[in-house]
Write a protein that binds this ligand. Structure first.
Ligand code: TXA
Ligand code: MG
Length: 333
C-alpha cells in the first residue's frame, strides 16, 4: 500500500491527460470501481471523481485536494431518476431539476433516510448536493460506472478551478489514476448551486444559470444573489480561487508592474501584460476565459494582477463573485 501511494505521487508516475475515447472511459470507470480517483470534464469545470457510495474512496478526494472535512461534495448522477433515489426532489426543486438538468446546475436537497451515498459526501449534513451534468464525457463515464460519482472541482483546495485537462495534470497529476481529456470546458465557471427553504430559493453559488432564469423556472423568489449575500455554501469561503499574485479589482488603469485582466474594447495602456476576457464585452466568453487567464498570468510570475470591471448582470454576476473571492485576503478564509 505504502509503495503504491509513494509511486502515485512521484513525477514519473504523474497521470497525463488521455483523450476521452470509449476505451479510456471504460478504463476510468474500472478505476472508480476499485476506489481510485479519476478526473473528468464537465461543461462547467473538470471534476475530481470517486465512487460516491464508498466512504474510503470519497476520503481520497479530501486528501488529494487538501480539502477541509467540513466542506461537502457534489454527487453527479446520470439522470433525474437516479438523483431522486438519493435525495427528496419535489415541488419547486423538481421544477428546477426538470428545467436545468442535464446541465450546469446543482440542487441541495434532503438525503433520503436510507440514502446509500457515503456519509462523507455530505460532510455530516442532512442534505446532499446533486448535479446531472450534460457533458458527453461525464455522461459516458456515469453510464460506464453505472453509479453516482462524487466530484468537486479538480484543483487543490482554495485554488483556481481547472477548465482544461492540463490544469488538472499540473496540480493533481500525482494524485489521480487517470485524467480524461475532453478539451476546454464550455462554461468555464462552476455550476449554479441552489437550495430551497421556506418557499424561497437560496442561491448558494452563482453560475451560468442566472437568478432570473431560476425564478422563471419555479415561480419563487431567489435570495442571496447579490455581492453582500449572507447565505453561502460551506465551501464558499471568502478567500477562494486564489492566484499567488495579488489581485486588484475594478481597475480603470494599470501600473507598469501589473498584468491587466481586461474586459471589453477599451483597454488602458501601460500594463506589463494584457489578457482580455472578451474584447467584444461578451460575458459568456469572459466566463469561459476567466480561470484559464488568471492561471496564465499567475504562472507567468506576475505578482500583481489588475482586473477591469465586469458588469453585474447575467454571467457577470458569477464572474464578479469569483473575482471577489480571488481578491479576498487569505486570512479571510
Ligand atoms: O461545476 C461544478 O459544480 C463542479 C463540477 C465538477 O461539477 N464541481 C464543483 O464542486 O464546483 P466543489 O466541491 O468545488 O464545489 C461544491 C460546492 C462547495 O462550495 C460546497 O460547500 C457546496 O458545493 N456544497 C456541497 N454540498 C452541499 C450541501 N449539502 N449544502 C450546501 N452546500 C453544499
Ligand atoms: Mg471547487
Amino acid at each position: 500500500m505504502l509503495i503504491k501511494a509513494n509511486s502515485m505521487t512521484s513525477p514519473r508516475n504523474s497521470a497525463r491527460p488521455v483523450p476521452a475515447d470509449d476505451a479510456a472511459i471504460r478504463a476510468a470507470a474500472a478505476h472508480l470501481a476499485t476506489g481510485e480517483l479519476v478526473a473528468f470534464p464537465t461543461e462547467t469545470v473538470y471534476g475530481l471523481g470517486a465512487d460516491a457510495t464508498s466512504d474510503a474512496a470519497v476520503a481520497k478526494i479530501y486528501a488529494a485536494k487538501g480539502r477541509p472535512s467540513f466542506n461537502p461534495l457534489i454527487v453527479h448522477c446520470a439522470d433525474m431518476e437516479t438523483a431522486r433515489r438519493f435525495a427528496v426532489i419535489e415541488g419547486p426543486a423538481l421544477d428546477l431539476a426538470r428545467a436545468f438538468w442535464p446541465g450546469p446546475f446543482t440542487l441541495v436537497a434532503p438525503r433520503h433516510a436510507d440514502c446509500p451515498l457515503a456519509p462523507r459526501v455530505s460532510a455530516g449534513l442532512a442534505t446532499v448536493a446533486i448535479r446531472v451534468p450534460r457533458h458527453p464525457v461525464a455522461q459516458a463515464l456515469l453510464a460506464a460506472f453505472n453509479g453516482p460519482i462524487a466530484a468537486p472541482s479538480a484543483n487543490r483546495s482554495g485554488r483556481i478551478s481547472p477548465t482544461r485537462a492540463e490544469h488538472v495534470a499540473a496540480e493533481l497529476g500525482g494524485k489521480v489514476a487517470m485524467i480524461l481529456d475532453g478539451g476546454p470546458c464550455e462554461k468555464g465557471l462552476e455550476s449554479t448551486i441552489v437550495g430551497i427553504h421556506d418557499g424561497r430559493v437560496e442561491l448558494l453559488r452563482p453560475g451560468s444559470i442566472t437568478p432570473d432564469a431560476i425564478a422563471a423556472a419555479c415561480g419563487l423568489p431567489v435570495v442571496g444573489s447579490g455581492p453582500e449575500a449572507a447565505i453561502t455554501a460551506p465551501g464558499q469561503l471568502a478567500s477562494h480561487y486564489a492566484p499567488r499574485a495579488r489581485l486588484r479589482l475594478n481597475a480603470v488603469r494599470a501600473a507598469p508592474h501589473e498584468a491587466l485582466l481586461a474586459f471589453g474594447p477599451n483597454v488602458p495602456e501601460g500594463a506589463a501584460a494584457v489578457l482580455n476576457l472578451s474584447p467584444t464585452g461578451d460575458l459568456e466568453e469572459a466566463a469561459r476565459n476567466l480561470f484559464a487567464m488568471l492561471r496564465r498570468l499567475d504562472d507567468a510570475g506576475y505578482d500583481a494582477i489588475a482586473a477591469m470591471p465586469v458588469p453585474e448582470e447575467g454571467a457577470g454576476i458569477a464572474i464578479n463573485d469569483r473575482l471577489r473571492r480571488a481578491a479576498a485576503p487569505r486570512d479571510a478564509a
